[in-house]
Design a binder for this molecule. Structure first.
Ligand SMILES: [Zn+2]
Length: 179
């Protein structure tokens, strides 16, 4: 598994009503088997509706989701490779917990989640271990030289342009003095 890919686990249930509603919306029905039809709502939409039913959320859930989940869209699902999305999930005691999850309907880990702390600490570990290789250092040096040469070339052209203007001024000055 890539260090930036995560195995999802089942989302914790919130309440008997929420669980039953979730199963219905996922197409599983009363016998807890996954249905053959597409779910009517996404998990994020369902969580938003549950919060509204519970009187816990009247504002849009996604208002500041990018601040809460900086890796949303950058970390990928280990099963399908798609970028993961994120959401807040409320536990039975009302405490909100942050999760990253796979939103791909065709993925076996669809709507399963990984705790935000697990994802972010794993990514931080990867970043701490990153050391540039020789090829990357050579490439960076070449890119720096290309930029430097471009600036030197531009400054040379600017100097030539100023010299031409200076000569033009001298010529006009001379012609004024003669006439
Ligand atoms: Zn997936």
């Amino acid at each position: 598994m890539s260090p930036l890919m995560f195995r999802a686990r089942s989302m914790p249930s919130q309440s008997p009503r929420a669980s039953a509603t979730k199963q219905t919306l996922e197409g599983r029905g009363r016998i807890d088997q996954k249905g053959v039809h597409e779910p009517l709502f996404s998990l994020e939409d369902w969580l938003r509706v549950q919060d509204v039913f519970d009187g816990k959320a009247m504002a849009p859930r996604r208002k500041d989701i990018n601040e809460d989940f900086p890796l949303r869209g950058f970390v990928c699902c280990a099963d399908c490779g798609a970028p993961m999305t994120a959401c807040w999930s409320r536990s039975r005691n009302g405490v909100k917990h942050p999760y990253y999850l796979c939103a791909q309907k065709s993925c076996p880990s669809h709507r399963k989640s990984v705790r935000r702390d697990d994802v972010e600490s794993a990514v931080a570990d990867v970043l701490r271990r990153l050391v540039p290789g020789q090829a990357l250092l050579k490439l960076a040096a070449k890119m720096f030289k290309d930029v430097w040469d471009g600036r030197v070339s531009k400054s040379g052209a600017a100097v030539n342009s100023l010299k031409l203007k200076q000569q033009s001024c001298k010529n006009r000055s001379t012609s004024c003095l003669i006439s």
